[in-house]
Design a protein around this ligand. Sequence first.
Ligand SMILES: [Cu+2]
Length: 144
Amino acid sequence: MKTDRLPRFALAAALLLATTAALAADRTPSPAGAEVYIASPKDGAKTKGPVTVVFGLKGMGIAPAGIKFDNTGHHHLLIDSDPPADLSQPLPATEKSIHFGKGQTETTVTLPPGKHTLQLVFGDSLHVPHEPAVISKKITITVE
Ligand SMILES: [Cu+2]
């Protein structure tokens, strides 16, 4: 019995690894050195009124959602939230996870007074983060 149980466990583990690898392989690859960043506002900025957020991108290009083209994608702005733990799924579309599927490179958001975080996640034609994911630094701003 004992000799039979170990191989079964090993087989199950091998299958699990293979499945995980297959899922990861389904994500659109991003080129080495690809980077998204928030060009404006600056981390720690204090602002009044609507905030214009300018998206920066290096090493990749912009394509509208639904258009599949190598090394491209579109921006997603996360407000006061973290990137999803599961990056194999399309990013949610909520008021705190905004898609820019037309290929926009900036937006203006109205935020209540106080501290807020902003972060960009680049997504492929199907709104799924690339592999490896191209995610900006999270910045904090204060709206007065
Ligand atoms: Cu999207």
